[in-house]
Design a protein around this ligand. Sequence first.
Ligand code: WT7
Length: 630
Amino acid sequence: MEIIQSEQAYSSIYKRSIEDPEAFWADIASDFQWKKKWDNVLEWDFHKAETKWFLGGKMNITENCIDRHLPKRASQTAIIWESNDPHEASKHITYQELSDHVCRVGNMLKNQGVKKGDRVCIYMPMIPEVAYAILGCARIGAVHSVVFAGFSAGSLVDRINDSGCKVVLTSDGSYRGDKKIDLKVIVDDAMLKCPTVEKTIVYQRTLNPVNMKPGRDLWWHEEMAKASTQCPAEVMDSEDLLFILYTSGSTGKPKGMVHTCGGYMVYTNYTFRTVFQYQEGQVFWCTADVGWVTGHSYILYGPLSAGATTVIFEGIPSYPDMGRFWHVAEKHRVNIFYTAPTAIRSLEKAPLSFVENYDLQEIKILGSVGEPINEEAWHWYHEHIGRGQCPIVDTWWQTETGGIMISPIANVTKLKPAFATLPLPGVQPAVMDENGNELTENGVEGRLTIKFPWPAIARTIYGDHQRFKETYFSTFPGKYFTGDGCKRDEEGFYRITGRVDDIIIVSGHNMGTAEIESAIDEHSAVCESAVVGYPHDIKGQGVYAYVICYDKPHQEENLRKEIRDMVSKVIGPIAKPDKIQFVSGLPKTRSGKIMRRILRKVAEGETSNLGDTSTLTDPSVVDEIKNGAL
Ligand code: WT7
């Protein structure tokens, strides 16, 4: 496989990838270990929301992430683990050790009757075992469904039941900064409503006492001790399921995005090596949680399939102080550092001494992901972390795309602050206007679609192909609709302007406003609510809730706290509203639809120019809302 190393190469390879995508991807795919080569590179029909890559190919992603490296790299570090507690020793796990642990997990699952195709839920902290758990599933062809360990019992129940998980892998607890979270208590709570779960396997991380239900709950260390380090890799078809990962929808319950083995492997590896220009021996640190797609693709599958050393960090950027990231980067001599704008914005506010205390000379390349990076944060990151020298790759992609789609290529293509810049080879964006016409010129603004498949595109929503088709392929028939707005400037560079649907991105986490509303509505005092996003200094977007109560609240602050606690309980702390405004009515059209445009403007602090309100049933509510704006 040819890795792009010059701007000219980018242009010519990009051109080739568009003219003959099948030849382009077949060439890249031939670099992997296949048990049987594919018969057909691609079959697709976006009108039916169907895509298949490397049809008939047989492989196992763990052989490509582990076994094939062993002859050369058995004793090379695969994973560096850094604890939440700076005083706890870090761990270096070699590729050989990774192989042993992953095989053990595979056998441990098999011993509990888990078979190819069964779904396994992983609800664990950022410890090496979460990597063993994920890869152990892949080893035996079980479909992993990782649920971010900050989600509530209710969210866990929804996800487990939607995909019918048979086993849950978890831990007694987890550490996050100065907090200790009793994960097993949350799992116990969830288990009351999860009839498909036969076994939970519990890793001891915090050693707090937990309830172990006989016949259902098993200790990880006991089961692992019984499992051998030899576990043949299950033969997987390219299109067999690798994992399900839930992402919020603009309406309804979260969507279980389905990714399959072959295309996902090829794409995450290719994009990892290309975008970050990964060099043999480098240490790569992606600060995301494995509960999100960024962690799947760029903590685990991308770097490991490339034979890299990847960092797993259990903690948070602000513990024990605002210098922790830089401390960890120095300690482990990190070469490529990939984080989210929200983290940069919060660290930027801390005194510079927190950065200056550390030697960051080893950092060569910086990355950003999850939301638009504002220019100020971009410059701070570039100057203070990148010493004014390191390129920043602003990588645009989604849970649904599986891997990076639009991004600079480090040290190869031009950077432009706040722009994700250019599509990677094989990615064919199209900007659409509201009437469904493609805007083919440069210097345009519209909705971002992709008109040709790439290998890691999600194949469906688990159990609901119809919803998949409606959500992504019906707005612009024949094209994949991202849900994002964008600009393409005169040079052809893309700038992602944000979601155009009812999804908000809070601290890089994708959330559906409908989901938050229904959590708020669970409070007995609440009659109805409407949630919108508003610009937030650090989080990018904050959650602004307009709430109608049955009776005018007497103690607004108390009720606000109760509502926040309710959201935290129903979804998780990440979804808690930042602002709650009590109102007596919401601006609704005669057909009963909430005019969110008005709510968004008020939340943004705009009180004039609210546009046409004449179609509202009761325009007077607008004045009340404006006057009570927070
Ligand atoms: C949404 C996808 C990408 C993995 C983590 C988030 C926004 C993501 C960027 C970027 C501007 C970005 C988009 C996208 N987004 N990266 N570099 N610039 N916006 O995955 O939770 O599925 O969210 O995140 O709005 O649609 P996700």
